[in-house]
Design a binder for this molecule. Sequence first.
Ligand SMILES: *[C@@H]1O[C@H](CO)[C@@H](O)[C@H](O)[C@H]1NC(C)=O
Ligand SMILES: CC(=O)N[C@H]1CO[C@H](CO)[C@@H](O)[C@@H]1O
Length: 289
Amino acid sequence: MENTSPASNRCSYEDYEATADWLRSKTAQRPKVAIICGSGLGGLAELLHNKVVFPYKDIPLFPQTTVMGHQGQLVFGTLEGQQCVCMQGRFHTYEGYDLKQVTYPVRVFSLLGVKTLILTNASGGLNSSYKVGDIMLIKDQINLPGLVGNNPLCGPNEDRFGERFLCMSDAYDPDLIALAQQTAEEQGIEEFMQKGVYCMVSGPTYESVTEGRALRTLGADTVGMSTALEVVVARHCGLRVLGFSLITNMVVTEYDSKQRANHAEVLETTRMRTQVLEGLVTKIVAKIR
Ligand SMILES: *[C@@H]1O[C@H](CO)[C@@H](O)[C@H](O)[C@H]1NC(C)=O
Ligand SMILES: CC(=O)N[C@H]1CO[C@H](CO)[C@@H](O)[C@@H]1O
């Protein structure tokens, strides 16, 4: 089967199945845990043993990735004895993908038998008690695009995945959050662990000062350009979700500030705490049953 460009992808149930069938025919691995790696956080996939790698461009019906600092491949393998699949590089709406494309891999994971989805992202800190380099355990989210009509579940409901009206009050799994907190304590990294609310915006622009202040007023602790859509679709097909946000910069919320958001700063800070987050996720994965 030929790979197709995003625009020609219909994202029907049969499409997801075709992709899952193809992957199953190429590897005997049957992961129960999937990990979506955020900006600069793709190194986690390198820690897998018995790796089987599929560049997105080779996977039937899979979208492609373009943004700087992202790789584009699915990596199957074992982490601490647990079979996993990692997305090294994710899809963003700011790249031009539609909502079904961005969330395409999640439904494929579900068809492959994945039960738990772990997501990481790089985000801007809004909560003034946060510092660059902090790791925030996501306890809840604001799906800002979704609130105004850009929800990946808009359109006819696919009953084979889940129900029409989806509960989101328990989106981030409380047991997994507790497991993550306990693991962070064992690792001795509580001092820079936070727990809070992640807000998704579409990007690619960073927030204006007033936008940053508005998001903070809404109750968001961090803001980023990913994650929330994948979480919606993951919950729709019954996956348990755990999310981490690495704070790579503080959002400018003072009108006279001389600080400016830039992508290079983001990549540098991400490098610093990346290994810590990778180690934490590894230890958590080992405990997931
Ligand atoms: C910021 O984070 C701290 C520490 O987690 C929390 O206690 C506080 O409620 C948050 N501030 C706001 C304004 O949400
Ligand atoms: C790595 C990265 O791009 N982080 C950004 C994610 O999105 C938020 C919100 O737009 C920014 O503030 C982060 O800097």
